[in-house]
Design a protein around this ligand. Structure first.
Ligand code: GUN
Length: 291
């Protein structure tokens, strides 16, 4: 029997509706408009699409959007000066620096320059530390979106075997920390893992975040397991057009899994929804702290 398709667009719409209602309540009670600043350096076409979508959705949710587009040759010190200005701006509650940054800029230095309480991406080393030690903090949006879908689909996750494929700071590591927090038995698998298919086949929950088009085949999947596909890969399609595929060979996996997210329409929409959720959380925290 084919898997149930997890509808990320529907989940995201639910979260956005809740956030929009909460923003209206927060504005009415405090007079504060939550503000999100997005910084884009360079002209990467995919990043431009993401940034445009983020700005539109932010405004639709009743928040203020501040966009800063800088040329690709921007120096690290100019970017750090902008981040410092946004840190000090009381109208800005969340700051997102779109990745990847040009090669001449030290990404970690920039991410760690963002004030931790405005770090709606959850990439600052302090927020990474809070997540891994179990303290409250801002959590990276993509893994948070995956977790919210998993909990809505499966309920209690405790005791389940989870395999996270990929060890990036953006997805793999925070995803593993979140699943551990839910009392899953977590394995992080990566390019050096021996017998990757066998490792994956043990997974009640398989989260694929490697950026390799359709790498995970149908026979890597535990029958009845839940598959979350974080990959967004552009590959040549019909008539010279590009098409989007995930890290999972969907047509094969859908025949084996119990539940699976599609690409597009799975994890992608959840990332933006969680970004706005984090921005509201950040605005509330800052208003409580008098900042
Ligand atoms: N580029 C790809 N994904 C992300 C993300 O979640 N946050 C930021 N800032 N940049 C990204």
């Amino acid at each position: 029997m084919a898997a149930k398709i997890i509808d990320g667009r529907a989940f995201a719409a639910g979260i956005l509706a809740t956030v929009t209602a909460e923003v209206a309540g927060f504005r009415a009670a405090s007079g504060i408009i939550p503000g999100l600043a997005v910084v884009l350096v360079g002209e990467d076409p995919a990043s431009q699409v993401y940034v445009r979508n983020k700005a539109r959705t932010t405004v639709e949710a009743g928040m203020a959007s501040f966009e800063h587009r800088l040329p690709a040759e921007t120096t690290e010190s100019t970017l750090l000066a902008l981040v410092a200005q946004l840190n000090a701006d009381p109208a800005v509650h969340g700051i997102l620096v779109q990745l990847p940054l040009p090669k001449h800029i030290d990404t970690n230095r920039v991410l760690d320059a963002v004030a931790p309480d405005k770090d709606v991406d959850g990439f600052h080393v302090i927020n990474a530390g809070r997540l891994s030690t179990g303290l409250p903090g801002l959590v990276p949006c993509t893994p948070l979106g995956c977790l919210l879908m998993l909990k809505a689909e499966l309920g209690d996750l405790s005791g389940l075997r989870a395999v996270v494929l990929g060890r990036s700071n953006i997805v793999g590591k925070p995803m593993a920390a979140l699943l551990l927090r839910e009392s899953c038995t977590v394995t992080i698998a990566h390019s050096r893992t021996r017998d990757l298919p066998e490792e994956c086949r043990r997974a009640d929950i398989l989260v694929a975040a490697v950026g390799q088009p359709e790498m995970v085949r149908g026979d890597w999947i535990k029958p009845g397991g839940t598959v979350i596909d974080v990959g967004i890969n552009r590959v040549p399609g019909e008539a010279g057009k590009m098409r989007l595929v995930g890290d999972v060979a969907f047509a094969e996996a859908v025949e084996v899994a119990g539940r699976i997210t599609p690409v597009p329409g799975g994890v992608g929409p959840m990332t933006i929804a969680c970004l706005l959720r984090n921005t509201l959380t950040a605005a509330k925290l800052q208003s409580q702290n008098g900042g």
